[in-house]
Design a protein around this ligand. Structure first.
Ligand SMILES: Nc1ncnc2c1ncn2[C@@H]1O[C@H](COP(=O)(O)OP(=O)(O)OP(=O)(O)O)[C@@H](O)[C@H]1O
Length: 633
């Protein structure tokens, strides 16, 4: 019995994804990149790994379910008391039954043991059930809380964290905690109660033998604990290697087309096999050490047991204890050893659970810098549909010194179509992010419908915009779900009306499942033009007063282009439109063109006026619309 816990003492069984592994995961170039954000200072990392403090943060989640917790503790106590009662009766069986040769006594004690065993079994099963129930509940709540919180975080957070890392926190870290709470916690709780109980019973049974054990035990336990700690460090290295391998695979498998197109399969294969080898070596080293430790423990425990039996037998012969008391004592000693092995496992498991919890809590503790003001102002109803930038300066927090927008001032009146034009990196997309308050300006102000965007609830503000991205985001779901994205309660008739206006209806009805057809991940089953029209239908259905349109740069064929253009014209009707323009047609139809250069507004006016002026815009237009100008001219 003591040897069976040797593996646990040896510190095996750490769930995957321990601390820090994912933060240094390599990319497809085989280079490690840290994605730690402003909330994750590196220096404290090592100290935090050892700390069990984060576990306290799980407490509020657990205390939400007082009944489940009470039942868990109740059944835990009942099972422990019952299991501690059995050896005491076994001792009596030996003294009053075997030695006194009284078979009746053996039988009646036998019945008693069976009854207690029944209680113990039922209470253990109930304890396991309730602790698992509690664990699953806590994890589900935690996972939901983290996901919901992630959605509230600002764009800067997502600029500094890799999506892969965040999803592995949601999956890997939660799985780590589940593994621990689901089974280990149950074992651990039992271990604590049993060990305490068994030691007390050892003293009650024979203080003399118990004192002997207390003196000798530390010399056995301390080296084992030290070795086990070393083994845990090795185990962490193994998991780091494993996490690196899987992070690399995830990135590579998500980019198979790029890899194939650049004929990088052999290089990627080689990089992966390097990781696999590293992982293999780390694991084999760990297994070797573990095997040695297990063997050592087994030998030590068996030797200790033999010594205890010899010394116990001597005490029986000397008349210091009875044979029954000795048997009883040995059983308690074995129970205590077993419980100790479970507890030594606790240290390893708790450390990794603490690490996993910490990473999840870290997300929960991250505050969004974009928050609703304490006393938000309402936006005017009906909407005015105006936008104004007042001396706006902006720098991304990740690149503090690089000013992206400088003293930008312009205003867009209701129903006006204003085109933003400028070289790549001039700050056009940044204007779109700021007006929707994904980031805050560093100086100046942005007003929508006459009100500073920082004074209204972000959700209210964003309802005023329909945003059509350059590469529309299509979710893996049905066409209807994608169109309804901004208004899940829209009726079928409304969806169809928007689809007809956006020229989506005709191609949808030709599909076998119509609006219920699945579009695949990122809309892979749709053509570029279809995706754009779907995004336009979605924006139409949202029916917001201000349209933010980032025109697609990728060329569509003439017919598809015409369809998208028609759909766009319908979407722009009656709305204020800010458009990042890449097409001459859009530019010509715009009421005004804003020319941005390095984040400054250097000119504005109509296309003809700006061309006639012959400044920067004329040059830019010549470059950007070269083909179209040639055709037009
Ligand atoms: N999330 C971000 N974090 C840090 N810097 C950023 C971020 N997004 C953009 N930038 C930087 O801000 C500057 C302006 O970028 P922006 O995307 O607004 O330009 P753009 O005019 O829209 O360019 P393009 O036409 O190529 O899309 C660039 O120098 C860019 O590198």
């Amino acid at each position: 019995m003591p040897a069976c816990g040797a593996a646990a003492l040896a510190g095996e069984r750490e769930p995957p994804y321990t601390d820090g592994a994912l933060r240094t995961a390599p990319n497809v170039f085989g280079r490690r990149q840290r994605s730690a954000g402003p909330n994750e200072p590196d220096a404290a990392e090592a100290a935090r790994r050892r700390s069990l403090k984060p576990l306290r943060r799980l407490l509020p989640f657990v205390l939400r379910y007082p009944w489940r917790l009470t039942f868990t503790l109740l059944f835990l106590l009942v099972a422990a008391i019952a299991s501690l009662g059995i050896p005491a009766i076994a001792g009596r069986v030996i003294d009053q039954g075997f030695i006194a040769q009284n078979l009746e006594m053996v039988a009646s004690y036998g019945w008693l043991i069976i009854s207690i065993a029944a209680v113990m079994a039922a209470a253990s099963a109930a304890r396991f059930y309730f602790v698992s129930l509690l664990g699953e509940r806590v994890l589900t709540d935690l996972r939901r809380a983290v996901f919901e919180h992630l959605l509230t975080l600002d764009a800067t957070f997502f600029d500094t964290h890799r999506v892969g890392e965040l999803t592995s926190r949601l999956n890997g870290d939660v799985a780590t905690i589940r593994g621990a709470i689901g089974s280990s916690l149950s074992m651990i709780l039992r271990g604590i109660v049993t060990m305490t109980g068994a030691v007390i019973m050892m003293f009650l049974t024979s203080p003399f033998l118990a004192m002997g054990v207390v003196v000798v035990a530390p010399s056995l336990i301390i080296p084992v604990i030290l070795l086990a700690r070393r083994l845990r460090r090795m185990s962490r290295r193994t998991q780091d290697a494993l996490a690196e391998m899987s992070a690399m695979a995830t990135e590579a498998l998500g980019a198979t087309k790029t890899i194939k197109s650049f004929v990088q399969e052999p290089v990627q294969g080689q990089l992966y096999s390097q990781r696999a080898e590293e992982s293999y070596v780390a694991e084999v080293t760990r297994l070797g050490a573990r095997a040695g430790l297990m063997g050592g423990i087994m030998f030590m425990v068996t030797t200790a047991l033999v010594v205890l039996i010899w010394w116990g037998a001597k005490s029986v012969f000397d008349g210091a204890v009875t044979a029954g008391e000795l048997a009883q004592f040995i059983i308690y000693a074995l129970m205590a050893t077993n419980a100790l092995t479970a507890l030594s496992e606790l240290a390893g498991t708790l450390a990794s659970v603490a690490g996993a919890t910490e990473r999840l809590i870290e997300i929960l503790d991250t505050k969004s810098t974009i928050e609703a003001p304490a006393n938000p102002l309402p936006l005017p109803v009906p909407p005015r549909g105006t936008v104004e930038f007042r001396h706006a300066d902006f720098a991304y927090r990740t690149r503090d010194d690089d000013r992206v927008l400088t003293d930008l001032s312009f205003s867009v009146a209701k129903g006006e179509t204003v085109a933003l034009v400028g070289a790549s990196g001039a700050g056009k997309s940044t204007v779109f992010s700021l007006v929707q308050r994904f980031y805050d300006v560093t100086a100046g102000a942005i007003l929508v419908d006459g009100i500073d965007v920082r004074q209204v609830r972000p959700a209210e503000l964003r309802k005023r915009f329909a945003y059509v991205e350059q590469e529309p985001t299509i979710f893996a779901g049905t066409i209807a779900e994608n169109i309804r994205f901004g208004r899940p309660d829209a009726t079928d008739a409304e969806v169809e009306a928007a689809s007809r206006a956006a020229l989506v209806h005709d191609f949808v009805v030709a599909l076998e499942n119509g609006y219920q057809s699945l579009v695949g991940e990122r809309g892979v089953m749709l053509s570029g033009g279809q995706k754009q029209r779907l995004a336009i239908a979605r924006a139409l259905l949202k029916d917001a007063p201000i349209l933010l349109l980032d025109e697609a740069t990728s060329a569509l064929d003439a017919q598809s282009e015409q369809l998208v253009q028609t759909a766009l014209e319908r979407l722009m009707e009656g709305r204020t439109t800010l458009v990042i323009a890449h097409r001459l047609a859009t530019i010509r139809d715009a009421d005004r063109i804003l020319v941005l250069e390095k984040g400054r507004l250097i000119d504005q006016g109509t296309h003809d006026a700006l061309v006639a002026k012959g400044g920067r815009y004329a040059e830019l237009a010549k470059l950007q619309f070269r083909g179209e100008l040639a055709q037009a001219g």
